[in-house]
Design a protein around this ligand. Structure first.
Ligand code: MLT
Length: 328
């Protein structure tokens, strides 16, 4: 039986309920876990709505004979084969910027938590301790913040770090020194290896691409100061996790905060045993406000495409392009 909208992950918000007035919606929050089930279900839908866990591969697209639009409730597109979607004439929409503020705020929270060893101090008190000497931290004030990727989130982080009295340096392979991002943040642009050597905090805000996969490896961590902290709230695969563990164990860096992992959910491992590491389950975008904006935005665009109108936040094209060999 045909369904208008197939939701393959946990997406539930008033905006999705509103879509049900005009379209049939099937929500299976666990569908992303089984490729076999996804392939079977996707055959009979016009729209597929996902977060970052569903692999929308060429195989899934080939099975999705009636698909018109993929709605990505979030920004990153690394789980969607966009070229394959484009070749199949399927519109891809995402929700750029709707969760950037939440990601930036969590980055600041992580920096403060690292600098003041908050999780370990909390564990100490809960364990019956009152060990003040072990929890001498550092101030952010006067320190150098190295931002890798001065895009939407990087800029918001930089502006907030400046308000804390930090110096901003940045590396971004795609922006020019006279860009608004650089001017607004007063960032000094530099090569990545120079940034690593100068920063007290290095925060990664790049998308996952062929160029950024394992960008942070052992050689890069070795270039950081032994007192510096590393943060990744972007994509897990940007960091060679075993290399990070080695750098932490050898005390090449002072600590790390990771909201994203090479494998999600991750297997139990060494990182969870290290005191100077903060781990969260990919929650940068998980605030009430961001989720409200994200779901509203993706529902609006999916609704528009299914009603024969043009999408707003399209990644490839605004209306489906039917090819002769599809939908026949
Ligand atoms: C994003 O790409 O928007 C965030 O990482 C959150 C998500 O993946 O859903």
């Amino acid at each position: 039986m045909m369904t208008d909208i197939l939701v393959a992950e946990n997406i539930n918000a008033p905006a999705l309920e509103e879509l049900k007035a005009g379209f049939t919606v099937l929500v299976d929050p666990n569908l992303w876990k089984s490729t076999e089930k996804l392939l079977a279900q996707v055959e009979n839908c016009r729209a597929l709505m996902v977060r970052n866990q569903t692999r929308v591969s060429a195989e899934v697209l080939a099975a999705a004979k009636h698909l018109e639009v993929i709605g990505r409730a979030g920004t990153g597109l690394d789980n969607i084969d966009v070229p394959a979607a484009s070749a199949a004439g399927v519109v891809v929409v995402n929700t750029p910027d709707q969760n950037s503020m939440s990601a930036a705020e969590l980055t600041l929270a992580m920096m403060l938590a690292l600098a003041r060893k908050l999780p370990a101090a909390d564990r100490n008190v809960r364990g019956g301790g009152w060990d003040r000497q072990s929890f001498i931290g550092t101030e952010l004030y006067g320190k150098t913040m190295g931002i890798v990727g001065l895009g939407r989130i990087g800029v918001l982080v930089a502006l907030r770090a400046r308000a804390m009295g930090m110096q901003i340096i940045a590396h971004d392979a795609y922006i020019s020194p006279d860009s608004v991002a650089v001017t607004e943040t007063h960032a000094r642009l530099m090569e990545l290896d120079d940034l690593l050597g100068e920063s007290d905090f290095v925060s990664c805000h790049v998308p996952l691409t062929a160029q950024t996969a394992h960008l942070f490896n052992y050689d890069r961590f070795k270039k950081m100061k032994p007192t510096a902290f590393f943060l990744n709230l972007a994509r897990g695969e940007v960091v060679a996790e075993q290399d990070l563990i080695r750098a932490l164990e050898e005390k090449r860096i002072a600590g790390a905060a990771l909201d994203v992992r090479e494998q999600e959910p991750p297997a139990a491992g060494k990182l969870s045993e290290l005191e100077n590491v903060i781990l969260t389950p990919h929650i940068a975008a998980f605030t009430r406000e961001a989720q409200d904006r994200v779901v509203r935005s993706v529902c609006r665009d999916v609704g528009l495409v299914l009603s024969g109108r043009a999408a707003g936040n399209f990644v490839n094209f605004s209306r489906p392009r039917r090819h002769e060999n599809r939908n026949s």
